[in-house]
Write a protein that binds this ligand. Structure first.
Ligand code: FCB
Length: 458
């Protein structure tokens, strides 16, 4: 085994994007529809009725975007591949122009000294597969493995670090239980079935990649620390344990131990159904990840039901007893509490639990700073403070023994922020929606300074 991960001698830096959030060109060069095209077209799903049909037009402007990444001095570019661009129907007919696009993108990164790392599934499932049941259908996991082989056959000579899924918790529970993300189904416990099939898809794809000689197969999880408001309230502590099961242990249990634990099964009987979880599924998943991606934005504080106003993710924990999530100040523009100590704790705990090398594969903040000053600058001091605090938290976790190899900023460009449309901006580069002009914000310059090792004074 020869790992191509950053070696961890010092923290590596990168930036992340996702296909549907930046590419646009959703009907170009034979791309098939994805569940996000369909979902966004349904009234009331996405803020202001927006969609990703144009987004940042990165399908045409990727050279300019790679110039920005190279200019930042970032060593790594985490991008995702749109499944319906390379297999318009999810299986079968291959669209060579889609593969050509990612081929050009990978070369564009490498020619600038930037190492590309690919995520295979960042939520844009081909609509044809959703029509056959989506992630509630075991066949989708098998189709995902075939798609993985197709993409690896084309890019694997140059892309050495792979992630299967991005945040399968969102794909499963926001998509099939809460219905606030595509495909917008509100089917409660079906979320658990989707989670299992996503894990199975990961396991099948990881086996294909390993057989093909890949040494660095990962999965990117939005694990979260849960903090009970009253740690002496036994009932609340018990419910918090249930929430932790559905958010965190549903992935870590199979990946590390090859099993769903009893506490999880108590709230997710679907995962005890032998028709869903078949013999061999969990054994396939166990040990399948060589590294873990951790996406972190905020901690979650649990409280008695009714203690806080309804939380947008409240329906995303099927089977769990009623609970509320308290969000303290300060918050970012998307309403997420800012507390970098949650990242430090999560990295230390996750490394202890898994023993795997970790990368912070996403971290960043939405602030309403998308206005250009008259001198053409964007002075996003709040984002600089957020990033600085979280980079420091990552360094503290490393000092405490967590094997964290990289810190990857979410995100390069102001982009299509899922159900929030274009209203929440996370970019370190401002994008003018009228003409697509890219303008690096002050946070971009701060990161560039930080990477180059100079004393950054925001
Ligand atoms: C994560 C997603 C990413 C982005 C950030 C803000 O949940 O993986 O695509 O939307 O949140």
């Amino acid at each position: 085994m020869t790992s191509s991960l950053p070696d961890g001698a010092s923290l590596a830096f990168g930036v992340a994007t996702a296909a549907y959030q930046i590419e646009g060109a959703t009907t170009e060069d034979g791309r098939g529809p994805s569940i996000w095209d369909t979902f966004a077209a349904r009234p009331g799903t996405v803020r202001d009725g927006q969609d990703g049909s144009v987004a940042c037009d990165s399908y045409h402007r990727y050279d300019e975007d790679l110039d920005l990444i190279a200019g930042l001095g970032a060593g790594w570019y985490r991008f995702s591949i749109a499944w319906p661009r390379v297999l318009p129907d999810g299986t079968g007919r291959v669209e060579p122009r889609g593969l050509d696009y990612y081929d050009r993108l990978v070369d564009a990164a490498l020619s600038r000294g930037v190492t590309p790392t690919a995520t295979l599934y960042h939520w844009d499932l081909p609509q044809t597969l959703e029509d056959r049941g989506g992630w509630l259908d075991r066949g989708t996991a098998e189709a995902f493995a075939d798609y993985t082989t197709l993409v690896h056959d084309r890019l694997g000579d140059r892309v050495r670090v792979w992630a299967t899924h991005n945040e399968p918790w969102c794909a499963a529970y926001l998509g099939y239980a809460a219905g606030v993300h595509a495909p917008g189904r509100r089917e409660g416990g079906a979320g658990h079935v989707a989670a299992h099939h996503l894990l199975l898809g990961h396991g099948l794809a990881a086996a294909r990649l390993h057989e093909a000689g890949v040494d660095d197969v990962g999965i990117v999880l939005n694990l979260a620390p849960f903090w009970p408001e009253d740690p002496d309230d036994a009932q609340l502590v018990a419910v918090t344990d249930q929430v932790d099961a559905v958010r965190n242990r549903v992935w870590l249990g199979p990946l590390v131990d090859g099993r769903y634990d009893e506490g999880l099964l108590a709230v997710a009987p679907e995962l005890a159904d032998p028709g869903v979880v078949r013999d061999g599924d969990l054994a396939l998943v166990r040990g399948s990840a060589d590294w873990l991606g951790v996406n972190y934005y905020t901690p979650f504080r649990t409280a008695e039901p009714g203690a806080a106003e309804a939380h947008p993710e409240a329906d995303a924990y099927p089977g769990v007893a009623p609970v509320s999530f308290v969000v303290r100040e300060p918050r970012t523009d998307i309403g997420w509490e800012v507390d970098a100590s949650g990242l430090e704790q999560l990295l230390v705990d996750t490394h202890r639990r898994t023993g795997l090398p970790l990368m912070v594969t996403e971290n960043g903040a939405a602030y309403p700073d998308d206005v250009l000053n008259t001198d053409g600058s964007v002075d996003d001091q709040d984002r600089i403070a957020y990033l600085r605090d979280h980079v420091e938290a990552t360094e503290r976790a490393r000092a405490a023994g967590a094997d964290v190899r990289a810190y990857i900023v979410w995100t390069l460009l102001d982009n299509f922020e899922w159900a929030e449309g274009y209203t929440k901006t996370f970019g370190i580069v401002h994008v003018d929606p009228a003409d697509q002009t890219r303008t690096p914000k002050a946070s971009f310059h701060w990161i560039a300074q930080h990477i180059s090792g100079s004393t950054a004074t925001p």
